[in-house]
Design a protein around this ligand. Sequence first.
Ligand code: ADP
Ligand code: MG
Length: 254
Amino acid sequence: MATSVAHDLSHAPSVIQLRGVNKWYGQFHVLSDINLDVKQGERIVICGPSGSGKSTLIRCINRLEEHQRGDIVVDGVTLSNDVKNIETIRREVGMVFQSFNLFPHLTILDNLTLAPIWVKKMPKKEAEEVAMSLLKRVRIPEQANKYPGQLSGGQQQRVAIARALCMRPKIMLFDEPTSALDPEMVKEVLDVMIELAKEGMTMLCVTHEMGFARAVADRVIFMDRGEIVEQGPPSEFFANPRNERTRTFLGQIL
Ligand code: ADP
Ligand code: MG
């Protein structure tokens, strides 16, 4: 895999702040006092055991889940229940899920142009031009007029990434984007993500692809039982994990 592209973030402004964020599902305390600052252009990989709250954490950042205590600020906007506020955030924050979530009854091109046309009021022709340039970027322009079901999992996930990019987001969230893929398709998706990282996109990626973490992450965060247990640059995180729970986890996956 590519060599590390870690870069100097010391002067970059902060684009996401979480302050004392807590969330419960009923009695279950799923996020416990989360504090996190993400800088513009920073690439973060979040790992941790199943059920540790990784998905919940990143879903709170674009308000797919609501937290109960603490503050989340995205690009200067404090998240609240205000509909305008949520729309603003969703426009700035793109998300890619494990299960692609494409609209099965729409062509690839229509999947990509739907939100730009209806949410951003972009003229159809312009939306199609943007969509085609992004399909080229994820290396599948020839699939534009097919339906999701006719594509492989790796191709569908690249469409999902292109669809998120059509909205010109400032931040991209990835929730285990390669976990549902056959092994031979993992690389084609990771390559697109690595390119995006090199172009300077701010990224939060939940993934257990530790090769990806080593190659592009500025910071790796380990979560367990709703807490951020340990974090650091990949070189330190992998070579010298300080917490026992981190060591156990890495011992299982590496
Ligand atoms: P991870 O992504 O690290 O596997 P999740 O954030 O998906 O963890 O889930 C953390 C915990 O919260 C799990 O125990 C899960 O069962 C629980 N959980 C997730 N979503 C819900 C929900 N909508 N209602 C109740 N419990 C949930
Ligand atoms: Mg998850």
